[in-house]
Design a protein around this ligand. Structure first.
Ligand code: G1P
Length: 276
């Protein structure tokens, strides 16, 4: 079944970026001149996603406003004949009604955020995109997962990359049973294992294609690493009935959930922009 919907969990507190994120959602932090969430949205759209489901929290109004018409700004630019700028403020807006919002209420973890989208997703496979993980790729990273899904329908997928062993405690990690170099079949998944306990250094980054059956598992609200409801735990439980594949993707991933990765992405995107 074709993937039409993508879930964007954007309810996080962004504490690593305080005070910048005191009143502004971390997803609105710009890389050069576009907010992180805008890149995530563009990636999904380029991959053919038609419905964008934002799971938000308090203080996230700026995200809704970003994806809406800015009437005064548009009028001013229009009167001044600043057509190119006008295009930049509204050219990216998707058809009315294709973005929907729901609130998470309390930041109980990524698994909980995804579960909040259950009624909006319904009974079909769907994508999940974490805007913190910015991927610069010639084919949208989520599109690469969607292609893998087309070839292996009915499975769960996450983008993966190899990480240094000392960093396994920041990621969901795969126990890989079989690999063709791109698709890595996993027999189990573990969220944020200590380096000595990690079954591999193949780590999940924030792109997923999931079967709707995941919602039944998330419904249990079982707490895992860090006392949070973890998506990794639900995908791990799902392996009993639903194969799980890690997908090595083409592209460069920047961890914009921390300051160093954010600055690295800023420099790389700025250089690229100057060349263009
Ligand atoms: C989340 C997931 C984790 C994944 C990571 C990728 O963790 O829980 O499995 O590896 O995203 O960025 P977080 O970074 O939200 O702590």
């Amino acid at each position: 079944m074709r993937i039409r919907k993508a879930v964007f969990p954007v309810g996080g507190l962004g504490t690593r970026f305080l005070p910048a994120t005191k009143s502004m959602p971390k997803e609105m932090l710009p890389i050069v001149d576009k907010p992180l969430i805008h890149y995530a949205f563009e990636e999904a759209r380029a991959a053919g996603i038609e419905q964008f489901i934002f799971v938000t929290g308090r203080n996230k109004d700026a995200i809704e406003n970003h994806f809406d018409v800015a009437f005064e700004l548009d009028n001013t630019l229009s009167d001044a004949q600043k057509i190119e700028m006008l295009e930049r403020t509204r050219g990216f807006l998707p058809p009315a009604g294709s973005i929907v919002y729901t609130r998470q209420g309390a930041p109980l973890g990524l698994g909980h955020a995804v579960w909040c989208a259950r009624d909006l997703v319904g009974n079909e496979p769907f994508a999940v995109i974490l805007a913190d993980d910015l991927v610069d790729a010639s084919t949208p990273c989520i599109g690469q997962l969607m292609s893998a899904h087309t070839k292996n329908p009915g499975s769960n997928f996450a983008a993966v990359m190899d990480v240094p062993r000392e960093k396994t405690n920041r990621y969901g990690i795969l126990q890989v049973t079989h690999t063709d170099g791109v698709l890595h079949r996993a027999s189990s998944l573990i969220e944020k294992p200590a380096p000595e306990a990690a079954p591999s250094t193949t780590a999940i980054i924030g792109r997923y294609v999931l079967q709707p059956g995941i919602f039944t598992l998330l419904e249990k609200h079982t707490k895992g690493a860090g006392g949070e409801i973890q998506l990794t735990d639900a995908m791990n439980q799902a392996i009993a009935t639903t194969p799980f594949y890690g997908v090595s993707f083409e592209g460069t991933r920047y961890d914009c959930g921390e300051v160093a990765g954010f600055v690295e992405a800023t420099n790389a995107f700025y250089k690229k922009r100057q060349k263009a």
